[in-house]
Design a protein around this ligand. Structure first.
Ligand SMILES: [Zn+2]
Length: 438
C-alpha cells in the first residue's frame, strides 16, 4: 500500500510528458484522412512524364524556400533572425550530406553499410522569388497565435492547410513547379490528440488525389526540428536535434514510403504491405527510440534483422542514418517520371548565387563547444581547414578528401580567447576570426 502514492505520481508524470511527445511525421494518418475526405484514389495520374523530357538534361539542383509562421517568443527561441538563418543553413547542409551520402557512415552497422545509397541532389536556398526579386530563401510571418492545427479549414482542410495561404494564418507557397516549399511552424495536436513533428504533401500523393489543392504541395515541419544542434542551450524537440526530420519528409516528397509499409504491424504473409523497395528488410511496424543492433521483429526474425536506422523509420535522430541504394534508385526514377519533381530540377537560375561572400558561414560565434563551417553551396576547391590560436599557431586541422556540406572542430578544451579558422582552397586562402567564450 505504501507504494501506491508513488505509483500514481509516476503514472501522472508519464501522462504529462507523453502529451508533449511528437511522432516523426503524420504521413500514415494523413493518407487515411485524405482517403476519407476524397473517397478513394484518382487512378489516373494528373501529372505524368512529358514525352519530350530528355533524361540527359537532368540537373539535380533543387531550390528550397522556408516559410516561417511563428510568434515572437518562438522566433526568440530559435535565436532571432540570425539564429533562424543559421538553422536553415545547417539544415541545408544536413540534407545535402544525407542525399549525397557524404556523411560519416561508421555508425551504420557493417551488415547494412554496403547498402547505403546516394542520389546526386543538391538542395539550395532560393535566391530569386517568383516575382524575380532577390531573396535569401527565407520568409517570416510573425503571428500572435501559439500554433497551427493540422485540422485547419482553409483549402483542403487537412494537413495544416491554414499555414499555406497569405489570406489565412500563413504564407502562400511559391510556385511548386519551381520550389520545394517548407513551412516551419508550431504544430498543434489534431482532433485525435496526436502531435506530429512534420507532414508532407508529395507530388505523387497529389497525382493520386487530384482534389488536393496544388499550392498545398510541400512540407510542414515543427520549428524545434529544424537544423542541427551545435550547443546544448539551443531549443530543439527532444530526440529531433540532428536535422533528420526534413530528410525523412523529403524522402516522402520524392515518393518513399515508411520502411514498414504503414500496415499496422502486418507482414507480407498475413496480407501486409511493403515499402516497395528491394533492399530494405520486411518490417512489421515503426521503430522508436534508439535500439541496439541487431533488432528483430515478427516479419524479419533472422539474419541482420530490421533496418531501424533507415531514414524512413521513426527512430531518434541519433540513430536515423541511411537511405538504401534501392530507395535512392526509387527517388531517381520518380524524378524522371513525375513532371513536378523533374521540373524542380530545371531552374538553375533560381539558385544562382553571384555573391561569393556568402558561400559559407562560421557558426556559432562566439562559440563554446563546437565551431561549424557550413557551406551554402558545395565546398568546391576546399583542400584544408585549420584551427589557429590567437598568435597563429595550429591547434587542429582537417584535410578535405571529400566535399561535404559542413565541417566542425571541437573547441571546448581551449580557454577563452580569439581563434582563427583558416580555409585553404586550391586558388585562395581565407582566414576568419572567432571568439571562444564559455
Ligand atoms: Zn513519415
Amino acid at each position: 500500500m505504501k507504494l501506491l502514492p508513488f505509483f500514481f505520481v509516476l503514472l501522472y508524470s508519464f501522462k504529462c510528458e507523453s502529451q508533449e511527445l511528437y511522432k516523426r511525421c503524420g504521413w500514415g494518418s494523413f493518407v487515411s484522412n485524405v482517403e476519407l475526405k476524397y473517397e478513394g484514389k484518382n487512378e489516373t495520374p494528373k501529372w505524368s512524364l512529358k514525352s519530350n523530357f530528355n533524361n540527359n538534361t537532368i540537373k539535380y539542383d533543387i531550390p528550397l524556400v522556408f516559410h516561417f509562421i511563428l510568434n515572437q517568443q518562438q522566433i526568440n527561441k530559435l535565436g532571432g533572425l540570425y539564429g533562424i538563418k543559421q538553422r536553415v543553413l545547417k539544415q541545408i547542409a544536413v540534407i545535402n550530406d544525407a542525399f549525397q551520402n557524404n556523411k560519416d557512415t561508421a555508425l551504420i552497422p557493417l551488415a547494412f553499410r554496403h547498402l547505403t545509397g546516394s542520389v546526386d541532389i543538391h538542395f539550395q536556398l532560393a535566391r530569386v522569388t517568383p516575382d524575380n526579386q532577390e531573396t535569401d530563401g527565407i520568409e517570416i510571418k510573425v503571428t500572435t497565435q501559439n500554433g497551427i492545427s493540422s485540422n485547419g479549414i482553409t483549402g483542403s482542410g487537412i494537413g495544416f492547410s491554414d499555414v499555406k495561404y497569405n489570406s489565412s494564418l500563413g504564407l502562400s507557397g511559391w510556385d511548386p513547379m519551381s520550389y520545394i516549399n517548407v513551412w516551419v511552424i508550431n504544430p498543434l495536436a489534431d482532433n485525435n490528440g496526436f502531435n506530429y513533428s512534420a507532414l508532407t504533401i508529395s507530388p505523387l500523393l497529389l497525382s493520386e488525389y487530384k482534389s488536393i489543392p496544388f499550392q498545398e504541395l510541400g512540407i510542414v515541419m515543427h520549428y524545434g526540428t529544424l537544423g542541427s544542434r551545435s550547443d546544448s542551450s539551443e531549443f530543439f524537440l527532444p530526440k529531433f536535434d540532428k536535422g533528420k526530420t526534413l530528410i525523412h519528409e523529403l524522402g516522402h516528397f520524392f515518393g518513399l514510403k515508411h520502411i514498414w509499409g504503414d500496415d499496422n504491424g502486418k507482414c507480407l504473409i498475413d496480407g501486409g504491405a511493403d515499402d516497395d523497395i528491394e533492399d530494405t528488410p520486411i518490417q512489421a511496424n515503426s521503430t522508436s527510440g534508439c535500439p541496439s543492433f541487431p533488432k528483430y521483429d515478427k516479419c524479419t526474425s533472422n539474419k541482420s534483422g530490421i533496418m531501424f536506422m533507415n531514414y524512413m523509420d521513426y527512430t531518434d535522430d541519433d540513430c536515423s542514418l541511411m537511405f538504401t541504394k534501392g530507395q535512392c534508385d526509387k527517388i531517381s526514377t520518380n524524378i524522371y517520371s513525375t513532371d513536378i519533381l523533374f521540373s524542380l530540377t530545371q531552374h538553375p537560375n533560381i539558385t544562382a548565387n553571384n555573391n561569393t561572400n556568402i558561400n559559407y558561414l562560421i557558426s556559432p560565434n562566439p562559440c563554446k563547444n563546437k565551431i561549424y563551417i557550413i557551406f551554402t553551396q558545395p565546398s568546391l576547391g576546399l583542400k584544408k581547414i585549420e584551427l589557429l590560436n590567437s598568435i597563429g599557431q595550429n591547434l587542429d586541422a582537417q584535410i578535405i578528401t571529400s566535399q561535404r556540406g559542413y565541417y566542425n572542430f571541437e573547441v571546448s578544451q581551449y580557454s577563452n580567447q580569439m581563434l582563427f579558422i583558416k580555409l585553404v582552397f586550391d586558388n585562395k586562402v581565407e582566414i576568419k576570426k572567432i571568439l571562444k567564450n564559455e
